[in-house]
Design a protein around this ligand. Structure first.
Ligand SMILES: C[S@@+](CC[C@H](N)C(=O)[O-])C[C@H]1O[C@@H](n2cnc3c(N)ncnc32)[C@H](O)[C@@H]1O
Length: 373
């Protein structure tokens, strides 16, 4: 039996809000004539830059209109879509009066996504501290937030120009960092101390009962970043809430070539038509989006023992299977041929065989699956 969906479809309200976001963009950051015409090229250039040529960018690249326009019209709304699905799936909640810190907030993407996807939070008095080295991006984000939420929204937003590790005056009940830490250098021996520094900062920023959510882009490098951060956070007394169904070492840390690593591919169902059209125009048509993340606190999840489906399905012998994660380590959920498999992110309640077999190729422990897909 599967007991939850980590990435449920967007609600009607969330879809409508994402649609409306285009109007907010047009009001806050209008693009006229030549700039509108060139948007597709700017998106394509930036897409290439974000993946392969990051060394060439100025530190405050987000403050430059050349980058900010494509970011606001393309990357930001796709991030809103990805985070909307994640925040809904995590049943994300923050109590009235809570403090939230957002590190590397850029145009306040995570905060806008919270507003769009968690309507029950809209009436709560929440206090946000956004940190980024680009004040311009945060200023535009603030205007976009108010264009969506109205001037009377009870959310207070402070912006701080600074590095990810900028000292925060007050500890937060929730510390977010979305699509941000991949901007640092993670090469070779730098990775471990980098993770140590960031994990120590995340822990120092959060209250005793505070939670930390790091969302990343779902590429292999960020699989490694999340695994390194997870290792350091756990060593510092944190425990995972999601996606990990255990607090053992990560069995999918993106270190070995060819080995499965922790990330989720989602469909683009319910993404705004205007965004799909723009993506097509930029020849970056999307059949799916990816993400990886770690949600953790000192208390961790209430119960473990589940099996989290990670990969999409693939052929295994005569049948099909999907890589998953469990207390036993890397797991291969095996089922008969036919059918599309299960949606990545599902948490299964397993019935383990007495002596589970191992997959020869990956070494994964095999869970034969007879339940509903
Ligand atoms: C790709 S954007 C992500 C923005 C937003 N969180 C989102 O999900 O759309 C990365 C942001 O991190 C900021 N940034 C990069 N390196 C930084 C650093 N060392 N300290 C503070 N901010 C940094 C950039 O200015 C940029 O706004």
């Amino acid at each position: 039996m599967s007991i939850d969906r980590l990435f449920p479809d967007l609600t009607e309200d969330n879809r409508a809000e994402l649609d409306r976001f285009r109007e907010a963009l047009k009001t806050v950051w209008p693009l006229k004539g030549k700039h509108r015409e060139q948007l597709k090229y700017a998106i394509r250039d930036m897409s290439r830059g974000l993946t392969s040529e990051r060394g060439d960018r100025r530190p405050d690249y987000m403050g430059d209109a050349k980058f900010l326009s494509p970011y606001l019209y393309y990357f930001l709304p796709w991030n809103l879509y990805r985070m909307s699905r994640l925040f809904t799936g995590l049943s994300f909640d923050v109590p009235d009066g809570a403090r939230v810190a957002d590190l590397g907030s850029g145009p306040l993407t995570a905060i806008i996504a919270l507003w769009l996807s968690r309507p029950h939070l809209r009436g709560r008095a929440l206090d946000f501290t956004c940190v980024d080295r680009s004040p311009k991006a945060m200023q535009v984000g603030r205007e976009l937030f108010h264009a969506m939420a109205g001037k009377d929204a009870p959310w207070r937003i402070h912006t701080v120009k600074g590095a990810f590790t900028e000292h925060l005056r007050e500890k937060a009940d929730l510390v977010l960092a979305a699509n941000a830490f991949n901007e640092l250098d993670w090469s070779g021996r730098v990775a471990r101390p980098q993770a140590e520094k960031l994990a120590a900062h995340l822990a120092a920023c959060s209250t005793e009962t505070g939670r930390v959510l790091v969302v990343e882009t779902g590429v292999r490098l960020t699989g490694r970043i999340i695994a390194e951060l997870r290792g350091r956070l756990l060593a510092g007394g944190f425990k995972p809430i999601a996606p990990c169904p255990h607090a053992e070492p990560c069995p999918m840390p993106a270190t070995g070539q060819g080995a499965p690593w922790c990330h989720f591919n989602l469909s683009v169902k319910g993404a705004p038509e205007w965004l799909q059209l723009l993506s097509r125009e930029a020849r970056l048509e999307k059949a799916g989006v990816s993400l990886n993340f770690l949600y953790a606190s000192r208390q961790g999840a209430k119960e473990w023992d589940g099996v989290r489906v990670i990969s999409e399905s693939f052929k295994v012998g005569e049948g099909r299977g999907q890589y998953a994660c469990s207390q036993k380590g890397l797991t291969l959920v095996e089922f008969g041929a036919g059918g599309p498999g299960m949606e990545p992110g599902r948490l299964l309640v397993p019935e383990w065989p007495e002596a589970p077999r191992r997959d020869q190729k990956s070494g994964a422990v095999i869970l034969p699956w007879k339940g509903a897909r």
